[in-house]
Design a protein around this ligand. Structure first.
Ligand SMILES: *Cc1c(COP(=O)(O)O)cnc(C)c1O
Length: 375
């Protein structure tokens, strides 16, 4: 989608908050532990390049993304620090990744064998991180025999430089540590099978790092915390308190594009699900589900001027309607998502209303919304 720069609707990103969060985490980390900033999915919707540059200026020393194209985008923005692709890139792209000095995740013997051939044909060496499935059930080595065979393939193999070995926790945001500890144990078991020595061992995501479960290793993969969001803000469970001060960076703003008075019996939106029972002022906001402002937000209150006004009728693809307390001028500021965690329209409130986690809300804000940055 084309960014709609001639429409009054923007994702506003406070780079000062990003810097604050990275600095707070750097101070929290044990001496010598690196932070690699996770900027996959366009920096969780905040803008990958801007977030990456801000995080690096504040002390991060590497970057993580989900797919190879995201890594190439960062290289094309003149970023030279290590970049790790956390997902499984096709083995046939091994030479391409190498040519950009991008590190890939190796999660199976078959992948290593296929990449080995590609690198041999291209005469290149690739940096890899061995991905261990210690209980997430997603990607990576989980069987001893296969991992020992991979270790054997990597001994004295000039096509690979083993830059890392890592795993990913599935329950680090939970107050119950039983499964977390099981994953740590599985990882250590796999680590003991190796004769080669990866440069960096890494396990922690934001949750492990800021909820006091951190496994002391060489680096943390810090994602949601960069954006100032508490990883345990899950509608199904109460939030665990973060050990660092998190400052949300993102807000979503627009303006009233149309204002009118309606009379009793008049409907609003598709299906006429809302019907006025009195004379009422209705405002229209030019943002809809194509921007990532989901239909399930019907009834949520957004801030218009100084008042919180309910969304009435179904949210359309490109617009939604609100009930105003009185006549208000076209152009009145609308704040859909507030960066203030105590505001009623904070990102967690939005996620709770949708019945999801805030990660999903920010990632789904579409390209049609321009990202605007301030320091
Ligand atoms: C996304 C991701 C992270 C970052 O997780 P946060 O909860 O955002 O800190 C770390 N590691 C892996 C493998 C990931 O996929």
């Amino acid at each position: 989608m084309v960014p709609a720069i001639h429409r009054p609707a923007q994702v506003v990103v406070d780079l000062g908050a990003i810097k604050h969060n990275v600095t707070a985490e750097m101070q929290h980390l044990p001496q010598g532990t690196q932070m690699w900033a996770v900027v996959k999915a366009n920096g969780y919707g905040h803008g990958a390049v801007q977030v990456a540059k801000t995080a690096l200026a504040a002390g991060a020393t590497g970057l993580c993304v989900a797919v190879l194209d995201e890594a190439i985008q960062l290289r094309n923005a003149d970023i030279t620090v290590p970049i790790l692709v956390l997902g499984i890139a096709p083995a046939k792209e091994a030479a391409l990744a190498s040519s950009f000095d991008i590190s890939l995740t190796a999660g199976s013997l078959a992948w290593l064998q296929a990449a080995d051939q590609v690198l041999h044909a291209a005469g290149k060496q690739l940096k890899i991180h061995l991905g261990i499935d210690s209980g997430m059930g997603r990607i990576g080595f989980s069987e001893d025999e296969e991992f020992v065979a991979a270790n054997h393939l990597l001994e004295d193999n000039k096509h690979f430089f083993v830059e890392g070995m890592f795993t990913h926790f599935s329950t680090a945001d939970s107050s119950d540590d039983v499964y977390f500890n099981y994953q740590v144990k599985r990882f250590k078991h796999m680590q003991n099978l190796l004769t080669i020595k990866p440069k960096y061992i890494h396990l922690d995501n934001t949750a492990a790092s800021i909820f006091g479960k951190d496994v002391k290793t060489d680096l943390v993969r810090f994602g949601i915390g960069i954006y100032g969001l508490n990883p345990s803000a899950n509608p199904a469970s109460p939030s665990l308190p973060a050990e660092i001060d998190l400052k949300p960076a993102l807000s979503l703003v627009s303006e009233l594009s149309f204002v009118k008075q309606i009379h009793p019996g008049y409907g609003v939106g598709y299906g006429a699900t809302y019907q006025a029972d009195s004379d009422q002022w209705i405002g229209t906001v030019p943002v809809g589900y194509a921007d990532g402002w989901q239909r399930s937000l019907q009834g949520f209150k957004v801030k218009i001027g100084d008042t919180y006004c309910p969304i009435v009728g179904r949210i359309c693809m490109d617009q939604f309607m609100v009930r105003l307390p009185k006549e208000m001028p076209v152009g009145t500021k609308v704040e859909l998502i507030s960066a203030d965690p105590t505001a009623p329209n904070n990102i967690k409130a939005v996620a709770d209303k949708v019945g999801t986690i805030h990660y999903e809300i920010t990632c789904l804000l579409s390209d049609r919304l321009p990202r605007v940055y301030h320091a």
